[in-house]
Design a protein around this ligand. Structure first.
Ligand code: PMT
Length: 402
């Protein structure tokens, strides 16, 4: 199942280290070539020799102990791996990774890695529930790191709850599924999705925004990742969890979103602009809170850059998909945007109707494409719709030859 697969196991210090020895055994039995790095605390629980015997490879724990003078060990190991597992992952190693701290062999290697990183936490139930740990886990989800959730049961500290390292057999099975999963129609492609509203500041306490919840855009990102794409989600301020396997970049204003999208554009294959971007922003942002006065007040606005139109004007190999939120003359406005913004598809939703558009869990849309292509999708949950929309586009476009 794992023949010719190179797995790097990073072991941090908790009582579950003994299960990591069994994990190396299971992975090796499944055919994987396993190398192990240990933190200093992990070595307090189990000797490196145990991992060396199980993996039949050198075990690494000292950043400055360069076993091979022709390479730098932590870079070499990071480049070597097809997949990196951090198991057991303590609150400490999760915190370091979430904050970019690299102060030992495990954390320097993790920062140098380009291979997928999977983290399997193991700790006391209250530690796992601590807001700081949750914050760090959320941040790592946003960096595209996958988590193997701990299971519930008796913990070494005497508590019963969530915090046990997942069983080695289960982790090995998940790794196997990862390598044997059939490629999706978007495997090898990079999809950039924007979602949510933007905020345009008026003063330090006020801003202009809209009712976008991010649900439609997050569903598009999730669908892209499920179809195999490397997915970057550029999100305005919303409070939704990061979909599995998606890298998220949080932005605030239309200008921030413009910069973030442009930075990803050159090597993107598909860009899906679901975000509800402000068309106008205050011309001046007051540096202190604007005080109320008698009488009326006028807020002077200026245009923001149209991100989608800019992408359309620079378009090379990319496939561009825009959304249009309309309250009237939906078809006319949507077709107009298709032309004006030079995009391949516009997905129009009539946001004057109930259960669709802003903040709804469902949506109904019409897709407009070049050559008068038009297809309607009736009301359905946004995640279901997102999958159907991307499948339609994959089917109509020769994505792999673009
Ligand atoms: O987030 P939800 O609550 O789930 O709601 C989903 C949604 C209603 C926001 C979504 O389905 C939707 O319709 N998104 C587009 C909303 C919109 O701003 O439409 P528009 O017609 O104003 O813009 C057309 C296109 O140009 C959009 O792809 C938009 O991202 C893009 N645009 C607009 C202005 C701007 N300055 N830059 C842009 O790139």
């Amino acid at each position: 199942m794992l023949e010719n697969r190179k797995i790097l196991l990073c072991v941090s210090g908790g009582i579950a280290v003994y299960k990591a020895v069994a994990l190396v055994s299971k992975l090796s039995q499944a055919g994987a070539d396993v190398k192990v790095i240990m933190t200093e605390s992990a070595r307090e629980f189990v000797q490196p020799l145990a991992f060396q015997v199980m993996s039949r490879n050198d075990v690494y724990f000292d950043t400055f102990d360069e076993k091979d003078s022709s390479v730098i060990a932590h870079i070499d190991l990071a480049d070597w791996a097809d997949l990196i597992l951090v198991a057991p992952a303590t609150a400490n190693v999760i915190g370091k990774l979430a904050n970019g701290i690299a102060d030992d062999m495990v954390t320097t290697t993790l920062l140098a890695a380009t291979a997928p990183i999977w983290v399997a936490p193991a700790m006391n139930v209250h530690m796992y529930d601590h807001p700081a740990v949750k914050r760090n886990i959320d941040r790592l989800y946003g960096d595209g790191i996958r988590f193997i959730e701990p299971s519930e049961g008796f913990l070494a500290c005497g508590y019963v709850g969530k915090g046990r390292l997942e069983e080695p057999e289960k982790i090995t099975a998940l790794v196997g599924e990862h390598f044997t999963a059939a490629p999706g129609p978007l495997t090898g492609k990079k999809v950039v999705v924007t979602a949510g509203p933007t905020r345009e500041r008026i003063d330090p306490v006020r801003f202009l925004t809209n009712f976008s919840s991010g649900k439609m855009g997050y569903a598009m990102a999730q669908a892209a990742a499920e179809l195999g794409a490397e997915t970057i989600l550029i999100s305005g301020p919303v409070s939704l969890p990061v979909p599995a396997g998606v890298k998220r970049v949080m932005v605030e204003s239309a200008k921030d979103m413009y910069d973030a999208v442009l930075a990803q554009y050159d090597n993107a294959d598909i860009v899906v602009k679901t975000a509800a971007v402000a068309d106008y922003r205050p011309k001046h942002i007051a540096s202190s809170k604007v005080k109320k006065k008698d009488g009326e007040s006028v807020l002077e606005l200026e245009r923001t850059d149209d991100i989608l139109k800019t992408l359309g004007s620079m378009k090379q190999h990319q496939l561009l998909i825009g959304f249009a939120a309309e309250t009237n003359d939906v078809d006319t406005y949507a077709k107009g945007k298709l032309e004006k913004k030079n995009v391949d598809y516009i997905i129009a939703n009539d946001v004057s109707k109930a259960q669709r558009g802003f903040d709804a869990d469902t949506n109904a849309v019409t897709v407009f494409g070049k050559d008068d292509f038009q297809q309607q999708f009736d009301l359905m949950p946004k995640p279901v719709l997102a999958k159907q929309l991307l499948e339609l586009i994959v089917e109509r476009e020769n994505i792999h030859d673009r």
